[in-house]
Design a protein around this ligand. Structure first.
Ligand SMILES: [Zn+2]
Length: 101
């Protein structure tokens, strides 16, 4: 029985940054990075803001009257593998901003 987190050989690609294979560093550890692109829905934001303006000081009541709508949507998703040579310079700095939860 296969390990639930195990991946097949055909799922391994070259490093998205340096173009080398994942094992060229001599270590067996590498990263898979998911990059999601989102776009704000300006119309939904304007509607929510308009409702808050109409409600004035009772703006929190506006959220009780109707559930908040979607104000952004996913436009794209890309996954890439990054080797251990490239991760310290390219990926580790981003980890400093990652949500710790
Ligand atoms: Zn690399």
């Amino acid at each position: 029985m296969a390990e639930p987190n195990a991946k097949k050989q055909d799922e391994i690609t070259k490093c998205a940054i340096c173009g080398n294979g994942m094992a060229h560093t001599g270590t067996v550890v590498f990263y898979r990075v998911t990059l999601e692109t989102f776009g704000l829905d300006a119309g939904a934001i304007q509607r929510a803001h308009g409702l808050e303006l109409q409600m004035g000081a009772a703006a929190p009541l506006a959220q009780l009257l109707g559930p908040p709508g979607d104000i952004f949507q996913q436009l794209d998703e890309k996954q890439m593998l990054v080797c251990m040579d490239c991760a310290p310079g390219e990926i580790y700095p981003l980890l400093a901003y990652a949500d710790p939860s």
